[in-house]
Design a protein around this ligand. Structure first.
Ligand SMILES: C[S@@+](CC[C@H](N)C(=O)[O-])C[C@H]1O[C@@H](n2cnc3c(N)ncnc32)[C@H](O)[C@@H]1O
Length: 243
């Protein structure tokens, strides 16, 4: 099994969707929702950093409205983002030690990426790092992984697939939970003109109670609210750095 996203980065958008096509995710609708949340809390927000930006689809949709930058741990995901976002600064960084040396009016960490921080102390550190990058009046938005009470043991998702006419992908996932830790083995069959490749990755994520996220936001000095996410069983935590 390969490291998360190292080999699946090139088919990520075919599975999840992009700025033009909604698949598992409707990124365009999400970007509108995020923009409304930001404007209601900081109407003059101009700069935005998306941490764990992945292939950069949210950034592509928000760059018209904000001056955007991205950061991600995975060089392969950043390579896809760089092709999508010419001229946008992209940083290879771990959110647990993020130190970009400047602040932003908005910091986001979307689509469950925070779940990859599987240690409780690291979670407090990571949220502290994100909050440190907020300017006065800045807004932090974190979309959490599945809430512990919403996880369904034994759930067997249907096979997922996508195609752009050049690359076809089919994915099957096997998931399990031990305590707070969920392990997702993702097996992809990727067909191109060169043939069919099998890409298998293991993703390990922690189910974090919303109260633990809220406590970390508050410890970082943010005024905190919890909103629903469009994906069921997941919460969105929104924090505001007081002026
Ligand atoms: C589910 S993807 C989400 C990508 C993107 N935000 C989206 O909405 O499509 C999770 C992302 O988190 C990144 N990631 C995982 N652990 C990370 C860490 N410690 N620091 C920064 N990025 C991380 C992965 O490389 C991957 O791109």
């Amino acid at each position: 099994l390969s490291e998360s996203y190292s080999r699946s980065a090139r088919v990520y958008d075919l599975i999840y969707g992009d700025e033009h096509t909604a698949r598992i995710k409707d990124y365009a609708a999400e970007a509108k929702e995020l923009d409304a949340i930001i404007r209601a809390r900081n109407p003059s927000a101009r700069t935005l950093l998306d941490v764990a930006c992945g292939t950069g689809v949210h950034l592509a949709l928000l760059r018209g409205r904000y001056s955007v930058e991205g950061a991600d741990l995975s060089p392969q995901m950043l390579a896809v983002a760089a092709r999508r976002l010419p001229g946008v600064p992209l940083h290879q960084a771990d959110m647990r030690s993020l130190a970009l040396g400047r602040t932003y009016d908005v910091v986001t960490c979307l689509f469950s990426s925070i779940g990859y921080v599987t240690d409780a102390d690291d979670l407090v550190t990571a949220i502290g790092r994100l909050a440190q990058h907020l300017s006065a009046g800045g807004v932090l938005i974190i979309d959490g992984w599945v809430r512990p009470d919403a996880w369904q043991d034994g759930y067997r998702a249907d096979p997922e697939s996508g195609s752009d006419g050049v690359t076809d992908v089919v994915r099957l996932a096997a998931t399990r939970r031990e305590g707070q830790i969920t392990t997702l083995d993702m097996h992809h069959l990727v067909r191109t003109a060169a043939g069919i490749e099998h890409v298998a990755e293991r993703h390990v994520m922690r189910l974090v109670p919303t109260s633990e996220h809220v406590a970390a936001f508050e410890a970082a000095g943010l005024r905190t609210e919890v909103l629903p996410q469009s994906m069921p069983g997941r919460d969105r935590i929104v924090g505001l750095r007081p002026r």
